[in-house]
Write a protein that binds this ligand. Structure first.
Ligand SMILES: Cc1cc2nc3c(=O)[nH]c(=O)nc-3n(C[C@H](O)[C@H](O)[C@H](O)COP(=O)(O)O)c2cc1C
Ligand SMILES: CCCCC(=O)C(=O)O
Length: 361
């Protein structure tokens, strides 16, 4: 099996509009390839005659032990890909020793997901106008043993996504964001020609007025560490650190938000430099090979998240498929460690990559 085989199988199994929702991007879809192209242009600089008879891909992220610097990015509605949804994903992530970030729009309850998980869980939030619902989710996540909150900051609204608009995409009736009340999620259901229900819902329910000052409200609710997802500039990384965040996820939202943005791998070096060790940094978007993990670590990331490949695995064969996808990435990463002369994650340094000019600070 390769990731391509999982992808082809998922495409074959899923209804066209669901596939388009998973695979698609915003605007001209320029960002579906931009980050990937930047990653491909980064070359590895291996060292030789290093003892690599034992390679240990293990690491720690916000105090949690991981089998490798790898996690699953937050994605809404895993039940689109498999009836067990996030419960299957959580089992697989636990088995692989990877982090799972659960979307606020998960299609299984936080409690069921936590019961199936044996590894660390983070909960992702969009800032809803209904702050009482955010507070409820945060408290439930704490009680269920989630380790961190991820606030997605690149989506004051869901961007225009031409495939979803053309399909009049709506979340199918049998699948719901069960952690939120049906009234608040109603606009996500019910197809209308030429319009994405997901985008309509976000215009109705997301609070697009929040600013840095509002983070204090979230921080006062909980002692869980706060991670911001979707930061793409040194300026915002600096502000985030000043506001006491514990981590940043450098991300283009898988090409689904701002079209023509600087891509996440291009921004990573400037963000790592701005943060200067004051919080953890995670790269997300287009991670498709173990070598991508090595490249991210060399540029100063602490870990990476992979998105769509987990859903391909889920559509292919449920928990087993997700575990297969994670195993592929981790096995490839271990091989890259050996061939790079980097037996531990700490051995990946800036000198391990030759960066194209687009990725330089
Ligand atoms: C189907 C789908 C649903 C997503 N849902 C969310 C979400 O609920 N919250 C969020 O912060 N990001 C969401 N994302 C973005 C991912 O977290 C991540 O940034 C992106 O998928 C990573 O790129 P990759 O798919 O190329 O690995 C979603 C992405 C996809 C493909
Ligand atoms: C309202 C669901 C939005 C999830 C999503 O598709 C994304 O963040 O890309």
């Amino acid at each position: 099996m390769t990731l391509r085989t999982y992808e082809a199988a998922a495409k074959g199994r899923l209804p066209g509009p669901v596939w388009d929702f998973l695979a698609g991007g915003s605007g001209t879809e320029s960002m579906l390839t931009a980050g990937r192209e930047a990653l491909d242009r980064i070359r590895l600089r291996p060292r030789c005659l290093v003892d690599v008879s034992r390679c240990d891909p293990g690491t720690e992220l916000l105090g949690a032990r991981l089998a490798a610097p790898l996690g699953i990015a937050p994605m809404a509605y895993h039940r689109l890909a498999d009836p067990e949804g996030e419960v299957a994903t959580a089992r697989a992530a636990g088995e692989a020793g990877a982090l799972l970030t659960v979307s606020m729009f998960a299609s299984r309850t936080l409690e069921d997901i936590a019961a199936a998980a044996s590894g660390p869980l983070w909960l992702q939030l969009y800032w809803l106008k209904r702050r009482d619902l955010l507070a409820d989710l945060v408290h439930r996540a704490e009680a269920a043993g989630f380790r961190a909150l991820v606030l997605t900051v690149d989506a004051p609204r869901v961007a225009s996504r031409p495939r979803d608009a053309a399909n009049g995409f709506a979340v199918p009736a049998g699948i719901r964001a069960v952690n939120l009340s049906p009234e608040v999620m109603a606009a996500s259901h019910g197809s209308r020609d030429g319009e994405s229900a997901i985008a309509r819902h976000s215009m109705e329910q997301f609070d697009a007025s929040i600013t840095w000052d509002d983070l204090a409200w979230l921080r006062e609710l909980t002692s869980l560490p706060l991670v911001l997802k979707g930061v793409l500039t040194a300026e915002d990384a600096e502000l985030a650190v000043k506001h006491g965040v514990s981590g940043l996820i450098v991300s283009n939202h898988g090409g689904r938000q701002l079209d023509f943005a600087t891509s996440a791998p291009e921004c990573l070096p400037e963000i790592v430099a701005a943060v200067d060790g004051r919080c953890q940094v995670v790269l997300d978007g287009g991670i498709r090979h173990g070598a991508d993990i090595a490249k991210a670590l060399c540029m100063g990331a602490d870990a990476v998240l992979t998105g769509r490949p987990a859903l391909w695995g889920l559509a292919h064969s449920g928990a087993e498929g997700v575990a297969g996808v994670l195993r592929l990435l981790i096995d490839e990463f271990e091989e890259v460690m050996a061939l790079m002369g980097a037996p531990t994650v700490a051995d990946f340094a800036p000198s391990g990559v030759a960066l194209p000019t687009c990725c330089r600070t």
